[in-house]
Design a binder for this molecule. Structure first.
Ligand code: SAM
Length: 281
């Protein structure tokens, strides 16, 4: 049975149709809100990877919006049908230009909430899919550091995998509270879940570079991965011994032979001689 027919039998698909939501995903955000009170005190919000727009519909319903000055910005690669009170931007959030255009409405007033339901088209190549999803998340975090107020909330879709605990550790550097949640409207068969990051620590982290090549750099963020230290004299020359101490170099043949202090009990060449003497070759 194809995916489409399963979707249509899904209770959340039907309820979305009944309530006029563009996608069943609306219920994921509503369920996250009932657990985490996401919308309390929120006047401005950013919806990253927003098409077809059910999360933006929920935001437009819940936040006080003024059509002349939309306080919700929604971004997606795909075009989105307009929603009252929502400024829709079409673009790739991993591109610098799109990131810049997301920031401009928040130059003076930052948002209290950033949500990201981004998912790249699945290629079926597991490592590539995981990499593309990570790029979306990294960019969403970078954009967030530029638009979110101190104490604000960031919610993003993740696919639980081998890097989940590292991700958690990195997000904890930016937010006081990080939870991972799986709404019941998200299928059990899917690895999808959501990170809910509350109490943005703000100031020190405001300027994460929006450059493609930088990963959570360009600020005072302490590294979550322990630093790798090379120890010893890196020139490879041991002054006291007057020799090269490089583990990848062979012992120089012209060097005077020094007998080992603790020689092997029966080195292989002697073992062979013993076997020969016993006629067991
Ligand atoms: N939250 C949306 C809703 O409720 O209607 C559904 C989002 S859908 C699961 C994932 C979206 O991520 C797709 O519309 C896709 O176009 C978008 N997307 C994937 N990569 C993107 C990127 N690099 N930049 C912007 N949007 C992206």
């Amino acid at each position: 049975m194809g995916r489409l027919s399963r979707d249509k039998r899904d209770v959340f698909y039907r309820r979305a149709k009944e309530k006029g939501y563009r996608a069943r995903s609306a219920f994921k955000l509503l369920q996250l809100d009932s657990e985490f009170n996401l919308f309390e005190g929120v006047k401005r919000a950013v919806d990253l990877c927003a098409a077809p727009g059910s999360w933006s519909q929920v935001l437009a319903d819940r936040l006080d919006s003024d059509d002349a000055n939309p306080n919700i910005v929604a971004v997606d690669l795909q075009p989105m049908a307009p929603i009252d009170g929502v400024l829709c931007i079409q673009g790739d959030i991993t591109s610098y230009d799109t990131a810049r255009s997301i920031l401009s409405p928040f130059q003076t007033n930052r948002a209290e909430l950033v949500i990201c339901d981004g998912a790249p088209d699945v290629t079926g190549l597991h490592d590539l899919d995981e990499y593309l999803q990570a790029q979306l998340l990294i960019m969403a975090v970078k954009i967030t550091t530029h638009v979110l107020v101190d104490g604000g909330t960031f919610v993003a879709k993740i696919f639980r995998g081998r890097h989940a605990s590292q991700l958690y550790a990195q997000l904890r550097l930016l937010f006081d509270r990080v939870s991972i949640a799986k709404p019941t409207s998200s299928r059990n068969s899917s690895l999808e879940s959501f990170v809910v990051c509350q109490q943005f620590k703000g100031a020190p982290y405001f300027n994460l570079s929006l450059d493609q090549d930088t990963v959570l750099e360009g600020s005072d963020i302490p590294p979550a991965v322990p630093p790798f230290l090379a120890c010893g004299d890196l020139s490879g020359w041991d002054e006291s011994e007057q020799v090269m101490m490089d583990a990848d170099k062979s012992y120089p043949i012209e060097q005077d032979y020094v007998a080992p202090i603790a020689p092997p009990i029966l080195p292989p060449h002697q073992a062979q001689n013993v076997q020969k003497a016993n006629g067991k070759e």
